[in-house]
Design a protein around this ligand. Structure first.
Ligand SMILES: [Zn+2]
Ligand SMILES: [Zn+2]
Ligand SMILES: [Zn+2]
Ligand SMILES: [Zn+2]
Length: 367
């Protein structure tokens, strides 16, 4: 029995001795500290692996470390792999020249893509009143069918206000010949009978002769020409003659100064003086027989918007009356005078003028 105890004790000693050889001293009371030799190369650097060094302890333990960076592949000659095209850069490839490395590497050559080549632009959609023309083009490079559109700026046509929709119970609209747009006319627009619009009342005004409602007044673009006169632009208001300071003319009752009165005034004048030159010239102007000599308030509106004409007071400056225009409004105070309007900038509102004077005339049309 004692013999076996001894064997056991010896066995334990052997085990403990085994633990005390080298290596970590944590679990034992070993005091071995590694003592390495110098670092030596274990493997040389390659394209993809850094150089590895090793050192060895007397106990046989080996420690390793990486030194520096991998060498990277060494491509001697780059050759084209794929051509650049419209959207992609050229691709190149090369084979690594380092020993034992047969790696093939690709690279893109930045900035070599060609961009699309649009040389022939054709119309895709034509210009409209509001929108510019749009063109399209197909890339001309081989194997590319990319399509691009572009706007040709500044080609929008703008509306062509050359027509009118004439309404009797609401304001008439100017119409665009190209699109379907209709809109109210503006001062200076060409009216339906070729005059220039110089007065607009969006609520309408009453025409005194038939109680209809009109919204616009347009005036003949030029002063009427008196073919019978030696003074080419002048008209007498009355066909009556005069002698000395006496006028043999009629008082035209019931004319009005108001806007909306010109057409009825003109008819009143001609009902009493059928050859009254200024009124008759207006009736004979245009094709509709609807033109008239404007009332003084209508004529004053023309004066206020005189800037839309450039020919109201041009002509032979020898005749001072060339800056004055007849209205169809009878002077309320004397039978031999009718109201007129001067058209110089400082003319102010007009007064009465003797009916035998030769003044200019613009025919007016209401609608
Ligand atoms: Zn060691
Ligand atoms: Zn390589
Ligand atoms: Zn292209
Ligand atoms: Zn239009």
């Amino acid at each position: 029995m004692k013999h076996w105890n001894l064997v056991a004790i010896l066995f334990i000693i052997v085990i403990i001795t085994g633990f005390t050889t080298c290596d970590s001293g944590n679990e034992s009371n070993s005091i071995h500290t590694h003592s390495y030799g110098n670092w030596t190369t274990k493997t040389e650097a390659t394209c993809t692996e850094a150089k590895v060094e090793k050192r060895i302890c007397s106990c046989g333990e080996e420690e390793i470390q990486n030194v520096g960076e991998p060498l990277g592949h060494n491509i001697g000659n780059w050759t084209q792999k794929t051509q650049a095209n419209c959207e992609n850069d050229k691709l190149e490839e090369g084979v690594c020249t380092r020993e034992n490395c047969f790696e093939t590497i690709s690279r893109t050559v930045a900035g070599t893509s060609l961009g699309h080549n649009y040389s022939n632009w054709t119309q895709k959609t034509p210009a409209t009143c509001k929108n510019d023309e749009v063109e399209e083009s197909i890339c001309t490079r081989e194997n590319c069918s990319e399509v691009d559109n572009r706007i040709v700026s500044g080609t929008a046509l703008g509306h062509d206000w050359n027509g009118w929709e004439i309404n009797t119970n609401s304001i008439s609209k100017k119409t665009c010949s190209r699109c379907t747009l209709k809109t109210n006319g503006e001062i200076g627009d060409i009216g339906p009978e070729g005059g220039k619009i110089f007065y607009i009342d969006p609520k309408g005004f009453i025409m005194m002769d038939d109680n209809s409602t009109a919204y616009y007044l347009e005036a003949s673009p030029v002063s009427l020409i008196n073919e019978a006169s030696s003074l080419p632009l002048g008209f007498h208001w009355s066909s009556g003659w005069y002698e000395g300071n006496q006028e043999f003319v009629n008082y035209i009752f019931n004319t009005s100064d108001n806007i909306g009165a010109g057409r009825s005034n003109t008819a009143l004048i001609l009902s009493i003086d059928e050859n009254a030159p200024a009124a008759l010239a207006c009736i004979n102007y245009g094709e509709s027989n609807d033109w008239f000599l404007p009332s003084i308030n209508e004529l004053y509106q023309l004066y206020l918007n005189r800037n839309i004409f450039d020919n109201l007071i041009t002509g032979d400056e020898e005749y001072v009356q060339y800056t004055e225009y007849w209205s169809s409004s009878q002077s309320s105070s004397v039978e031999w005078a009718a109201f007129y309007q001067g058209f110089t900038d400082n003319a102010g509102s007009g007064g009465g003028n003797a009916k035998h004077n030769l003044l200019r005339v613009r025919a007016v049309h209401a609608f």
